[in-house]
Structure formats: C-alpha cells, structure tokens
Ligand binder design. Structure first.
Ligand code: ATP
Ligand code: LTN
Length: 326
C-alpha cells in the first residue's frame, strides 16, 4: 500500500480552507493508503512562542483532527516532539542540504522579511520537514501548492543521501489537489482563506457557530452583476461561494452554478451546506474537549506506532553512514 505522510502546524484556528483543501482528503486517504499524520509542534517553534502556548495548541489541534474524522484505528496520528527521531534525523538532513539551497526557499525569504527575530530554525525548517517525511518511507505527501518547494528539496536531500551512503530513504512525491480545492477569503476573494488573514469576517472557522457562519456568508463580497456563473477569473466572489457549496455537497461547480439565478438563494444554500457539513465535526469536538485525557492517550498510541517505524529508518541511516555502533 502507498505510504502517505503529511504534517500540520499547531498555530491558529482551523478554517474552511484547511478543511476542504486538506483535512477532508486526509480523512479519505485513511481508507486508500497507509496514512501517517503529524502535528508538527517543533516547526511552530521557529517563531518564538510564550511558554505553554504550543502544548495547548497541540492538544486542541489533536482534538480537532480527531473530530474531523482522523481515526487512530485507521491511521497513525501523533505529535512530532513525541518521536525524538525527528530531531535526530533533522541533523542528518542539515548535513546533506546546502546553505545555498536553504537560502533559496521562498518561505524563508517571505517569513524572514516579516520576522523581528530570525531564528536559525526558521532557516533550517526544510531539513526538519525532510526528516518528518523521510523517516516514514513516504511515497506521497499531500500538501498545498505553497509546499511544493519543500517537497522538492526533500527529494533532493533523499537522493543526495542515497548516493552518498547507499539506498536509505524512499524518494517521495508531492500530491497537490486540483485547483477547485482552494477556498478564497469571503471579504477578499482574490486571496486564499488563511489563518493569518486580516479580516476575521472573511474566514470561516471550523468551530464557528452556525449563526456566525450564516452571517459571514451572507456578507460575503460578490459583484454588481446578478448572474450566477462559475468563473473564478471574472467573478471571484460568486465563484468562491459556488465552489464552497460544490465541495460541501460533492458536486461539480458548473452544475451547482446552473441551479441558481440570484445571489440570495446561493448564499443561503451555501451557508446551510457548510453548517450541515461542520455540525458533526463540532459535536465530536465538544465531546473530545470535555475529556482531554482521551486525546492525549490516542496521541500517545500514535507516537508509539510512529516511533517504531522511525527508529528502524534511523538505524538504517546510522548503519549506512557507518557511525560507530553504540
Ligand atoms: P497561513 O495563515 O500561514 O497561510 P494556512 O491557513 O494557509 O496558514 P497552513 O497551516 O499553511 O494553513 O495549511 C494547512 C493545510 O491547509 C495545507 O495543506 C494547506 O494547503 C491547506 N490550506 C490552507 N489554506 C487553504 C485554502 N484557503 N484553501 C485550500 N486549502 C488550504
Ligand atoms: N511546512 C508544512 C507543515 C509540515 C509538513 C511536514 C507537511 C511540516 N512537516 C511534512 C507535509 C509533510 C506547512 O507549513 N504546511
């Protein structure tokens, strides 16, 4: 079976873009592949955080991922810092990637321009990400378009390591969902919906109350025409609503658009579909929130399974490098 690995940082609240663009696919992949999903808490430390913040956000994200439908019986779900092999392997990756390659990463360029404190970890971030992926003999990495360069560098690292020390790592490939999976900001439909968006009104949180969801969709920016058409270039606002409704009901956006001739009913149905889709997620989240020990237990089970695979890969890497056995 294909081994799939992906990671998500415990920063910010999950939104509809994360849900439709990533998490829903993760849930589906549990049945078609050997799926490993990781809450990458150490990656969150590349930007300094007050004590306790990352741990609390990790637990909450764990609860959310379980609520969305990740099932520890059908996938491995764990926290990066619980499996020490990630940081150990990251060192091997740092010694395999070059300074110049890391300097060319666009995410580093963007983030370092905005950061007050540029940690060395922000610079070596891709080495830790390569370790995450390569420890699990990963075939496929489902990620958004913005991560393409990180998967490319992971492939380069794996190939270079293998040619230096012999076959050690599986060379993974990125799986990037088709365009329709990109959810745009409701207030600024030419920008993607994002945790770091300036307009909370433009972003629907997975845990938003039904009344809040309804209000945000009702106030979503459209245009001065009245015709409903799926045309993301000319009509970004309306097309975003159409594609949200299509994604939430598993239909084709062009077909959905053909059902409407006014914006009002389109908005009402989109809100209803999103509320309906998120209702069971919110209910499961409330139950998990009431019993944090259960989520911690499930994450510990996941870490045990992950460690077993990661330890084997690290043994192979140490042996192939020819480090003195301990
Ligand atoms: P940021 O605010 O830093 O941009 P984000 O909201 O984009 O964060 P990430 O943690 O970078 O979220 O992404 C988690 C996953 O969700 C990734 O696989 C990403 O591709 C996906 N994703 C994020 N935003 C959207 C969106 N608007 N539409 C579709 N998928 C998205
Ligand atoms: N850099 C990714 C998060 C991430 C990841 C990974 C994704 C860390 N390690 C391994 C896939 C595989 C992000 O910012 N979305």
């Amino acid at each position: 079976m294909t081994r799939v690995f992906s990671g998500i940082q415990p920063t910010g609240e999950l939104h509809l873009g994360n849900h439709l663009g990533a998490l829903r696919n993760w849930v589906r992949m549990q049945d078609t592949s050997e799926a490993v999903f990781c809450i990458v808490d150490l990656h969150a430390l590349t930007i300094p955080k007050p004590p306790g913040e990352v741990g609390a956000a990790t637990l909450r994200l764990g609860q959310l991922l379980l609520a969305v439908g990740l099932d520890p019986e059908r996938c491995i779900l764990f926290v990066q810092s619980h499996v020490r092999e990630h940081t150990e392997c990251a060192w091997l990756m740092e010694c395999t990637v070059s300074f110049g390659e890391l300097r060319r990463m666009t995410q580093f360029k963007d983030k370092s321009e905005r950061a007050d404190f540029i940690s060395a970890g922000l610079f070596t971030y891709p080495a830790l990400q390569a370790a995450d992926i390569l420890l699990y003999d990963t075939d496929e990495v489902p990620v958004g378009e913005d991560q393409r360069q990180h998967i490319e560098i992971t492939r380069d690292i794996a190939e270079r390591f293998n040619s230096r020390y012999g076959d050690t790592f599986v060379v993974p490939r990125a799986v990037i969902p088709a365009a329709g999976a990109r959810v745009m900001d409701l207030q600024n439909p030419t920008a993607k919906m994002s945790k770091s968006s300036e307009s909370p009104q433009g972003t629907i949180g997975v845990l938003d109350d039904p009344a809040v969801i309804e209000k945000k969709i009702k106030r979503a920016v459209t245009d001065t025409e009245t015709e409903v058409r799926y045309d993301p270039e000319a009509k970004p606002g309306v097309s975003n609503l159409v594609s949200i409704l299509a994604a939430a009901t598993d239909r084709d956006p062009h077909e959905v658009a053909a059902d409407y001739d006014r914006y009002g009913p389109l908005k009402a149905d989109t809100a209803a579909a999103v509320i309906e889709m998120l209702r069971p997620v919110q209910e499961r989240f409330r139950r998990l929130e009431a019993d944090p020990a259960e989520t911690s237990r499930l994450l510990a089970v996941g870490a045990d399974k992950a460690r077993e695979i990661a330890a084997r890969t690290m043994d192979r890497a140490r042996r192939n490098i020819g480090l003195l056995a301990d």
